[in-house]
Design a protein around this ligand. Structure first.
Ligand SMILES: *Cc1c(COP(=O)(O)O)cnc(C)c1O
Length: 440
């Protein structure tokens, strides 16, 4: 591939993907999304895709890897003026809130991983969610959503929607009859999460997609807990897949980002919301996200390996009452997980004897997992719903959503399983010896 002329030849008619003259040939009628002359190649494995898709080796210097285009704005030329005039500014570099080469590179990688035509990155998962939902709903519209939504999304639907005359009905994501019954004449969207938090229910996305299609409603799925190595969400009939890229996609607990992926048509509808709400991702954060994504496939395998060993260990432990891990046969969604997920993840939820007081002693005694919310990083993170994610609930409300006293959320990192087990062994011993001491 000759990439000698990075800015392309404005008079060239050669397709950009082969010539490298990508600036000259970006045309929304011919391309699925704006892209650099990267290495996207259909049909390759997920690891190859994660490493190579979208990545733009610098043609001027030969430097391997996408440069960080740390620019807020771009020199205006004939092409830029014309694209603004003709309304396809998404396909040109004008100003970095609109688009930036560092964003395009990581967007193309994400689109390739999800099997999407197009993707947009955002400055947070919530920016992706807000922009997507607002783009796909008119004033006064209604959404049918899961009753175990991520807290930020729950707040968006409950606190922001009334301002726009929008409304939401929350339903049990296992109850397909109730889901369908909740669809009203003004329902424009069904909004669900692929794997819920904290009980790690694996939702039957193909069933939801069937309902959405038949009832002519769009289906948006937050697949933060099921990155594309585990599930290619769009393959199951979903219209737009969203991720908090702060979690598994980036995988190193060092940035906040989000992504929405789907057809070019829908992503083009979401893009103006990105401009209006302003949640664009900084070029340096794009670099970090792209670098993190390159190891997504091997990280996910390592998360699964350590989490599987630890889940079995916990399940066999006498002081552990329940373990929720979708690849344990005891999990209510084991069959669905086997059917839909190609790879496990690092999330385990478990309940220990002695309630929240014992759970607090446990997290304090552990040496390796850090007490922190979030998930999907290379380091194990642990937190308790009662004093973090569901802290505003009463204990009765917590039990209504299936969170028992002593419930622990664990995001297993990529540490060696033997070290994690040794740590849990000592911490559980400390937890219950302290109990005896306090009773003495
Ligand atoms: C973290 C998270 C979000 C929000 O993402 P941010 O990057 O923190 O804005 C949305 N959905 C789920 C399921 C999450 O875990």
């Amino acid at each position: 591939m000759s990439n000698a002329n990075i800015l392309g030849d404005p008079n060239s008619t050669t397709p950009a993907r082969t010539s490298g003259g990508w600036i000259a040939d970006l045309d929304r009628t011919r391309h699925a999304g704006p892209f650099l002359a990267g290495h996207a190649s259909a049909g390759q494995g997920m690891s190859t895709t994660a490493v190579h898709a979208g990545t733009h080796d610098d043609p001027r210097t030969g430097a391997v890897g996408t440069p960080i285009y740390q620019a807020s704005t771009f020199v205006l030329g004939e092409n830029q003026y014309q694209s603004v005039e003709e309304g396809f500014a998404r396909d040109r570099f004008i100003y970095s809130r609109y688009g930036n080469p560092s964003q395009w590179a990581v967007q193309e990688k994400l689109a390739a991983l999800e099997g999407a035509e197009s993707a947009i990155v955002f400055s947070s998962g919530m920016a992706a969610i807000t922009s997507t939902v607002m783009a796909l709903m008119d004033k006064g519209a209604h959404v049918v959503a899961s009753s175990d939504l991520y807290g930020g999304t729950y707040n968006l639907f409950n606190q922001e929607f009334p301002t726009f005359g929008m409304s939401c009905t929350m339903v049990d994501s296992y109850d397909f009859v109730a889901i369908e019954a909740a669809i009203q004449p003004n329902t424009q969207l069904m909004y669900f999460e692929a794997i819920t938090n904290p009980l790690l229910k694996v939702i039957d996305i193909p069933r939801l997609a069937e309902i959405a299609k038949r009832r002519n409603v769009r289906l948006v799925v937050d697949a933060t807990f099921a990155p594309p190595i585990s599930m290619r969400t769009l393959d199951h009939g979903v219209d737009v897949v969203i991720h908090s890229a702060s979690k598994y996609l980036n995988g190193h607990s060092d940035l906040i980002a989000g992504v929405a992926a789907g057809s070019r048509k829908l992503i083009d509808m979401i893009w103006p919301r990105l401009l209006n709400y302003g949640g664009s991702l900084d070029p340096h954060a794009c670099f970090l996200l792209e670098r993190g994504l390159k190891t997504l496939a091997i990280r996910m395998r390592a998360h699964e390996e350590s989490a599987t060993v630890l889940a079995h260990y916990l399940e066999a432990h006498p002081q552990v009452q329940k373990v929720f891990y979708p690849f344990l046969e005891s999990h209510p969604d084991y069959a669905t997980a086997k059917r839909l997920l190609k790879n496990g993840t690092g999330n385990i939820t478990f309940v220990i004897e002695g309630g929240d007081a014992a759970a607090l002693r446990l997290v304090n005694a552990l040496q390796i997992p850090k007490q922190a919310t979030s998930l999907g990083g290379v380091e194990s993170l642990i937190s308790l719903p009662f004093n973090t994610s569901q802290a505003t609930f009463t204990s009765r409300q917590r039990s209504n959503v299936g969170i028992d006293p002593g419930c622990v959320r664990l995001s297993v990192g990529i540490e060696d399983a033997a070290d994690l087990i040794a740590d849990f062994e000592q911490a559980l011993a400390v937890t219950y010896s302290q109990k005896e001491m306090s009773h003495a």
